[in-house]
Ligand binder design. Structure first.
Ligand code: CUA
Length: 315
């Protein structure tokens, strides 16, 4: 699955059961509104033609009040509003049922300017590329580490704000496989527009395989270049923000790099993931994503390259 195969987003597409309910309601709404529009516009046009002033017409009949008509045009809209109100209530309850004691399947933690995905049931921690099993009822808990962000994949239905100190819940039951692109949709700072969501919906078997691959603790590097890269990584400030399973790097401020080689992009969708790009990103991430929190470490190209080799070989 590569980024070029991402599904095009539309408010009329749906990839979850929840989005389907919302789209259905939207269509019912649209049909009723179009019906009303054509009825009212048609009556006005017909009246304007039929009762237009003709040469020689005198003063029209003066009339006032028409009880039956007034009751009719009050009751009909009232019933329409009641119907739409009840339908909306049903869909809201279906899409956001009470959570009760249910534990989340994924904890989505929004950071300036990337997404952290934790799977508390398996212990997987990853960044920027979300994996979800098709056909399963999932509960996502949306959190924020710093400022307010918003999790929004149009094909999944509603947006959900990520508010610091106030976790929100989002139920999703993915109905078709694919790569669905989303975007942070609450202005959160300089790189808000580059806070992409890449959501992969895969079969439950593929999801299990992915989970197992993410749980693997990478072997220590053997290759000289990678070894040198590891030494640099562990001795520079990298370890103060990033973590890599099975090493002393345990910080959780920045993306977990344990399985960075499995990701398609670097910097949450900014660069394709390959060792050249990773080298340049490590040298100066600010060049590619100005305002992100990865500082310019003033590493020379050779050192940055060795770190990139170390990271790309974590398997
Ligand atoms: Cu995060 Cu906008």
């Amino acid at each position: 699955m590569d980024l070029n195969n991402a599904q095009t987003s539309s408010i009329f597409h749906f990839a979850t059961e929840q989005a389907r309910s919302i789209v259905d309601l939207q269509i019912i709404n649209l049909v009723i509104c179009l019906g009303l529009f054509f009825t009212v516009a048609g009556l006005i046009t017909a009246a304007a033609i039929k009762f237009r002033q003709r040469p020689g017409d005198g003063e029209p009949d003066q009339s006032e009040g028409h009880l039956k008509l007034e009751i009719t045009w009050t009751v009909i809209p009232f019933l329409i509003f009641c119907f739409l109100g009840v339908m909306t209530g049903i869909v809201m309850y279906k899409v956001n049922p009470p959570v009760g004691k249910r534990q989340p399947d994924v904890i989505v933690n929004a950071h300036q300017f990337w997404w952290e995905y934790r799977y508390p049931k398996s212990g997987v921690v990853t960044a920027n590329e979300l994996y979800l099993p098709e056909g399963e009822d999932l509960l996502l808990e949306i959190r924020a580490a710093d400022v307010i962000h918003s999790f929004w994949v149009p094909d999944f239905g509603q947006k959900m704000d990520a508010v610091p100190g106030h976790p929100n819940n989002l139920f999703l039951k993915p109905t078709r496989p694919g790569l669905f692109i989303g975007q942070c949709s609450e202005y959160c700072g300089a790189q808000h527009s580059l806070m992409r969501i890449m959501a992969n919906v895969v079969s439950p078997q593929e999801f299990e395989t992915w989970t197992q691959s993410q749980l693997k603790v990478p072997a220590a590097p053997i290759d000289q270049t990678a070894k040198h890269g590891e030494e640099l990584f562990m001795s520079k400030t990298c370890v103060q923000c990033h973590s890599i399973a099975g090493t002393p790097a345990k910080a959780q401020v920045a993306p977990d790099l344990t399985h960075i080689c499995d990701r398609k992009t670097i910097g949450d969708g900014v660069l394709a993931n390959n060792s050249d790009n990773l080298t340049h990103w490590i040298m100066n991430a600010q060049k590619f994503k100005p305002g992100c929190f990865m500082p310019n470490m003033r590493l020379n190209e050779s050192d940055a390259h060795d770190i990139a080799v170390y990271l790309e070989n974590l398997k």
